[in-house]
Every structure is written in C-alpha cells, then in structure tokens.
Design a protein around this ligand. Structure first.
Ligand SMILES: [Zn+2]
Length: 284
C-alpha cells in the first residue's frame, strides 16, 4: 500500500474517532448538563480537554499502528487542526441539537451568535476539596480565555498522541513498527545493588553483547518487589520483518507507590541477531 493511501486512511480513522467523541460529549452535555471536556484543575490546567484530545486522536494512532504508517509532518498538522476543531465541532453539534421550549436553537440564531453567547456565558462550578458549588460562576468575557485554555488542552491531547506515535520504535528498512517481545523486571534493596547491575549490564550492551547483558540482568537483584527501593527493566522488541531486535535497559527508583525512571541510567540498543529474555531463578 502506498504512503498517500496510508496517510488518507490514517486521516479518515482520526477524523472518525474525533467525530464519535465530539458527538458523545455533546450528547452527555445536553442530556446531563456536564461538559466533561471543560474540567480543569486550578482554572488553567485543562485535564478534561487533554483527555478528550487524546481519545479523539486515538483513531490516528490505531490506524497508523495497524498500517505500520510512520507519521509525517502532514500527519502532525492534520492532527493539530483536528484537535483545534474538536472545540468547535462540539459547539456545532450542541447548536444543532439544542432546543428551547421545543424549538431548535439553530432556527433562531446563527452559529456565530450561539458560539459567542455560550463562550461569554460559560459558567464554572468551583470545587473545593471535592465539594462543588451548586450554582456556577459566570465567567463573562473571561469565558474567551477559558475557551482558549480548552482548545489548548485539545491540542496538547492530540499532540501527545502524535509524540507517542513518533516515539514508537520503527524499522525503516521494513517499514514496520517493532513488536513487544517481553520485559524483565529485577528489584534491588539498595543503591549499591542497582549500581552493580547498571554497570555490568550497560557496559555489555555498549560492547554489543546484548544477550549476555540480558543474562547478567536476569541474575541481578531479585524477582520479588517486596521492600525494594530500586528496580531495573530490560525491555525487548523485535521487527517481525527482518528480525532486528531493540533492547532497552532502564533503572527506576521507588517513590510512594510509583516507580520513576532514573535519567542517565538508561540505554537502548539495536542488534541484528535475535535475543531472548532469560529467566534465572537461582543463579546467585
Ligand atoms: Zn525490519
């Protein structure tokens, strides 16, 4: 399949998912009065719009993955324009579906008037520690600022889907995304244990002895996360076309219930020969 046909199918899929999400949001808003996309944290962080932007753009991601299509600059531009359009699409569907005393709004006023009215009469429910005010606060002229923040949220959501797609490992030779082959987790009690694993594993990877690095990683630390303060991962992916492998080592530090990547203690390498994950239970 040629690139322009792939590009067209990815675009159609992204427009379809965006349209479905816009219709769904408009339906929820008109039925229950909740504009889910307008949920913000601290007035300026448009969490709702970011999530909606990501969901809307999911069609681009899914089709690109299915067709092994590497996104281009044109794809990015299309995705960003679609994200911006989401705000207006939702308002436009509202405009066409909304009725007042049985009469449709669209028969009474123009879309432009409807848009400027809804934006300047945006009301905001203010929540303090989970308790929301019953009557919203009308934003007036600052409704335009609030609308701009939401549009920015849609763009951030759509843009992040593009970044996810662009960051996926891809084989240029076969024009295929790499497929996941597995992840090996090891846990370490103290920084010394982690440091030992990092030094040996990363130096073997740099020397091109990837299979040996995986073996060393498997025999480091413990498979049990209990009481561990650090962890390390070996992630494997392969190109199903040419058999090329991609291996990534990443050290992590526990923070609360999360494992955060330690920057600098990370290495990804490609190798032409196949490598496998080893499961060493009692190597130490
Ligand atoms: Zn390949």
């Amino acid at each position: 399949m040629n690139k322009s046909l792939q590009n067209a199918l990815v675009t159609i899929s992204g427009l379809a998912s965006s349209t479905i999400i816009a219709i769904l949001l408009s339906w929820i808003e008109l039925r229950w009065g909740h504009a889910l996309y307008s949920y913000t944290v601290w007035f300026v962080i448009p969490i709702g719009a970011i999530c909606v932007g990501m969901l809307a753009a999911s069609g681009f991601l899914a089709m690109a993955r299915v067709l092994n299509f590497r996104p281009t600059r044109t794809t990015l531009v299309v995705m960003l324009i679609t994200s911006i359009s989401m705000f207006f699409a939702i308002q436009w569907i509202n405009y066409n579906w909304m009725t007042v005393e049985g009469k449709s709004i669209s028969g009474a006023i123009s879309f432009q008037d409807f848009l400027s009215f809804t934006i300047s009469h945006t009301t905001m429910q203010v929540g303090v520690r989970g308790h929301y005010s019953d009557t919203g606060i009308e934003l007036g002229a600052s409704g335009y600022g609030f609308a701009a923040v939401q549009i920015l949220g849609f763009v951030l959501g759509g843009g992040s889907v593009y970044l996810i797609l662009a960051a996926m490992t891809y084989c240029e030779k076969c024009s295929k995304y790499f497929s996941a082959k597995g992840v090996q987790h090891r846990y370490h009690m103290n920084p010394e244990g982690l440091q030992d694993a990092c030094t040996t594993v990363m130096s073997e990877m740099q020397a091109g002895r990837v299979q040996h690095a995986i073996l060393l990683h498997a025999s480091s630390g413990s498979e049990n996360p209990k009481d561990a303060a650090f962890s390390s991962n070996m992630e494997l992916k392969e190109c199903k076309g040419c058999g090329r492998h991609w291996t990534k080592f990443q050290a992590k530090k526990k923070s609360g219930s999360d494992w955060n990547d330690i920057s600098g203690l990370s290495l990804a390498v490609y190798c032409d020969e196949p490598v496998e994950l080893h499961r060493i239970l009692a190597a130490r």
